[in-house]
Design a binder for this molecule. Structure first.
Ligand code: NAP
Length: 276
C-alpha cells in the first residue's frame, strides 16, 4: 500500500487571516518534508463531522482556533493534562485508528517565546499582572503559575470572568477591578496583555501605564500590530518588551513535531516568513 501524504491544517471560523499555514508550510519546505498544511473554514455545527472525516482523508492532525478550542474537547478520545487544566485544546493528533488526542500548547508557546526573547527574565522574581480573562488568559495563567510567579494580579472588564478564573485556578490569583487595573503594575515584574485591546480594528488599551516598573517584562498577546502601544509605552518606561508573534510561532512547534517527525526551530527567518 502506498503511504499517504501527511496533511495537517488549522480549523476555525473565520480562518482566512490565520498565519499558521504560512508557518507550517515554511517549516515543511525548510526541512524538505513531505506533507501539506491547509486553512479549513469549519462552522460549529460541522465540527464533529469534519473531525471524524479528517483522519480518513490523510490528516495526521490539526490546529484549532476560535471558536472551536473548547468545543473540540468533547470529541477527543484522549486529552493531555495541560489541555484538561486549561479547558481548551489548540492542537490535535489523529492516531492511526482515527482516535483523537487533544493538547494545548498555548502556554508552552507563551513561555518559550519569553525565554527566547528575554533570556534574563525570571518569572519567580515577583508578581505577574494579567489583563483579560478570556480564552487565552486561561493558558497564560496556568503557565505563569507553573513557572512560579509569586502572585497573579488579574483584571478584566467583566469582573465575574476574572472571579471565575480565581475560583478555578486558586488562591495565588488576586482579582483587581478593571477601573483600578493600572494599580497592578507597581507590584508586578511581569505584565501580560491577554485582551484583544490594541489589535488592529479593536479599541486601544486605555489602562493607565504610568505604574510600569523599569526592568519589568511586558508582553502583549496581540501581534497585529507587532509593536502595540502597550509595548511602545513599556519600552519608553525602561521595561523589557516581547511581542506576541513568537508565542504564535512557538505554540506550533509541538504539533509540527508530532505530525511530521521533525522538531522545527523558531528563529528570525521564521518570523520574517510568517510576517510576509
Ligand atoms: P476572548 O476569549 O474573546 O477574550 C477577549 C478578552 O479581551 C476578554 O478578556 C475581554 O474582556 C477583553 N476585551 C475585549 N474587548 C474589550 C474592551 N473593549 N474593553 C475591555 N476588555 C475587552 O479572546 P482570546 O482568545 O482570549 O484572545 C485575546 C487576544 O489574544 C486576541 O487578540 C488574540 O488574537 C490574542 N491571542 C494571541 C495568541 C498568540 O499566539 N500571540 C494566542 C491566543 C490569543 P471581557 O471578558 O470583559 O469581554
Amino acid at each position: 500500500m502506498k503511504q499517504k501524504i501527511p496533511l495537517a491544517g488549522v480549523i476555525g471560523s473565520p480562518i482566512a487571516q490565520s498565519k499558521s499555514p504560512r508557518l507550517h508550510r515554511h517549516w515543511l519546505r525548510r526541512y524538505g518534508l513531505r506533507g501539506d498544511y491547509v486553512p479549513l473554514h469549519v462552522d460549529p455545527e460541522d465540527l464533529e463531522t469534519v473531525l471524524r472525516a479528517m483522519p480518513k482523508m490523510g490528516f495526521v492532525g490539526a490546529n484549532v482556533t476560535i471558536p472551536h478550542k473548547v468545543a473540540v474537547m468533547k470529541f477527543a478520545d484522549q486529552v493531555s493534562d495541560r489541555a484538561t487544566l486549561v479547558g481548551a485544546a489548540n492542537t490535535l493528533i489523529f492516531k492511526d485508528d482515527g482516535r483523537i488526542f487533544a493538547d494545548n500548547t498555548d502556554g508552552y508557546g507563551f513561555m518559550a517565546n519569553l525565554h527566547q526573547q528575554a533570556p534574563d527574565w525570571d518569572p519567580r522574581s515577583g508578581n505577574a499582572a494579567v489583563l483579560g480573562a478570556g480564552g487565552a488568559a486561561r493558558a497564560i495563567i496556568v503557565a505563569l503559575a507553573d513557572a512560579g510567579v509569586t502572585e497573579i494580579l488579574l483584571s478584566n472588564r467583566t469582573r465575574a470572568k476574572a472571579d471565575a478564573l480565581r475560583s478555578e485556578f486558586g488562591a495565588r490569583i488576586r482579582v483587581v477591578d478593571w477601573v483600578q487595573a493600572g494599580n497592578m503594575f507597581e507590584d508586578a515584574t511581569t505584565v501580560v496583555n491577554t485582551t484583544s485591546l490594541g489589535m488592529i480594528g479593536q479599541p486601544e488599551l486605555r489602562v493607565p501605564l504610568d505604574g510600569l516598573r523599569a526592568g519589568a517584562l511586558v508582553t502583549d498577546l496581540v501581534y497585529s500590530p507587532l509593536r502595540t502601544s502597550l509595548l511602545e509605552t513599556a519600552h519608553a518606561a525602561g521595561c523589557v518588551t516581547v511581542d506576541g508573534l513568537g508565542m504564535l510561532l512557538h505554540q506550533g512547534v509541538p504539533g509540527f513535531e508530532r505530525w511530521f517527525g521533525t522538531r522545527p526551530e523558531v528563529d528570525e527567518e521564521t518570523r520574517r516568513v510568517v510576517l510576509g
